[in-house]
Ligand binder design. Sequence first.
Ligand SMILES: [Fe+2]
Length: 290
Amino acid sequence: MTITVIPRHPALGAEVRGVDMRRPMDSATRQAVVDAWTKHLVLVFPEQEVTDQQHVAFTRNFGEPEIFHQTSLSLRSDRVREIFLVSNVDDNDRLMKPSEPSQKQLSSSRQWHTDSSYRPTPSIGSLLHGIEISRTGGITQFINMYKVYEDLPESLRRQVEGRRARHDFGMLHRITGAPPASPEEQAAMPPVWHPMVRRHPASGRKSLYISSIYNDAVEGLDDGAAQRLIEELSAFAAQPHYMYRHVWEPHDVLMWDNRCTVHAVTPHDPEERRVMHRTTIVGTEPVVAA
Ligand SMILES: [Fe+2]
């Protein structure tokens, strides 16, 4: 099977045609997808009406799917436990209110982040299936953090080179008002330190590695200065020439690289159903400083 790759933005993002996620992939096609992913960072696979099981099976072409560690907010599917639920509809098909705990926690995804950076070996990438998509917003935006790193002004570059930032899952509750993790969940996921500039194991390129929702400390800075630095870096990164904005169509599947991109969703009307299922590829090695 041959695939066709059509860039969506000069900085990152490309549509891939010629893949049917419901069927096994041969090794040549798999390699072509990996090559396109390494080059474009975010791949869009249109018209993939997959079941959760097919979604998980497709993910296994690229690594082991992560099992979300937190169970208290029902963000992990009971039926297929590799599926993370990005949804405002509960198991009984009831539209949830923005004030409900799971929705508060999910609201953190409006700020720039990369998935599972709070793990000792953070995720390689994520695959998000738009089942019911929002028409009032809910645009998923991605930034090419290679380019951001390359273009950093000297004043910012000096502050990130050779430095580490702390990533803490517990920060979600502090910034969104969602319930705190249980003592067991906190013990399972203690804060971790990662380099702010990392080298990608496949491309060999350097990128900026930060998170507005998990970074609660930076080496050598007090809390206020650390927060200001992350804000300043995020503001520099969020420029249109580094950004692909994905307007969803039903049954798009997006596959992005968590090592060299950050993403954030735009607000959407809470009265509108939005149901998306995500798999997250487990990281295989610690973050390597560049
Ligand atoms: Fe995310």
